[in-house]
Design a protein around this ligand. Structure first.
Ligand SMILES: [Zn+2]
Ligand SMILES: [Zn+2]
Length: 113
């Protein structure tokens, strides 16, 4: 295969065998490449983005101020933060954010592999 993207580099990773085998099965089924998934994840890892719970616009976490009252990011598009949500909505958002944090920080069981 000819590599048309001159910016691409080879990357060697050490990954748990079961994890990579299952991932390969899934990517084959979905017709995506492991490289693309790793690339997307690394992009997200380096410059995480979230969607505003109020206006739905995407914004980069690093360039965003946090609210001193609720500790949430303040949407640069509409100015919303956790203060705009009622308790139930805040609970839902909090649990959703845990997925995102698990992905970025890694769950303890993945450490030391
Ligand atoms: Zn917003
Ligand atoms: Zn707030």
């Amino acid at each position: 295969m000819i590599n048309l993207d001159k910016n691409k580099v080879k990357l060697t990773l050490s990954i748990n065998q079961d994890v990579i085998n299952e991932a390969k099965q899934k990517t084959r089924k979905l017709g995506v490449s492991i490289s693309k998934i790793v690339e997307n994840f690394l992009k997200f890892y380096t410059h995480p983005t979230v969607y505003c719970f109020s206006c739905g616009e995407e914004f980069e976490v690093e360039k965003t101020e946090t609210c001193p009252k609720c500790g949430w990011f303040i949407c640069p598009h509409c100015g919303a933060c956790g203060c705009n949500l009622d308790n139930d909505a805040r609970k839902v958002a909090y649990q959703m954010r845990r997925v995102y944090e698990d992905l970025l920080i890694g769950k303890p069981r993945w450490r030391g592999d």
